[in-house]
Write a protein that binds this ligand. Structure first.
Ligand SMILES: [Zn+2]
Length: 133
């Protein structure tokens, strides 16, 4: 585990800002914000969308980056808004997604009240390997 850099703090601030801006406390359709940083330094944000099959904020942020042409991801963080606000650990589905799209990347987590970075491979050891050419 690593401590956060200034760039990581910036990424976390982006995830926080995007859910503050879009938090839906009435329907709880948008409760989590995420931000992903590419190795070139570009950062992208997203919020979750909720329905029968919704999408997590990490998916939206990654999809946003991919749509813009990015392919090389370094670090991601998800932040829950509302009364229980704070850094969120990625769900199982997102762990697989991160393992597929950023296997050498890192995730910001809150561990014992402190923000730390952990590698995607540590977060999902022995991951299912999606075939690629
Ligand atoms: Zn998820």
């Amino acid at each position: 585990m690593e401590t956060l850099t200034k760039q990581d703090e910036e990424l976390l601030a982006l995830a926080k800002a995007v859910i503050y801006k879009n938090y839906d406390g009435v329907h709880y359709n948008h409760t989590v914000g995420a931000a992903v940083r590419c190795r070139n330094g570009n950062m992208y944000i997203g919020v979750n969308v909720y329905s029968l099959h919704g999408a997590c904020a990490e998916m939206i942020a990654l999809g946003n980056a991919i749509t813009a042409g990015e392919r090389d991801f370094e670090c991601i963080v998800a932040y829950r808004g509302g009364e229980d606000e704070g850094v969120l650990s990625p769900c199982g589905n997102c762990r697989q997604l991160l393992s597929t799209y950023m296997p050498k990347g890192e995730v910001i987590l809150e561990i014992n009240g402190e923000h730390k970075k952990i590698s995607v491979s540590e977060l999902l050891p022995y991951a299912y390997e999606v075939e690629s050419e």
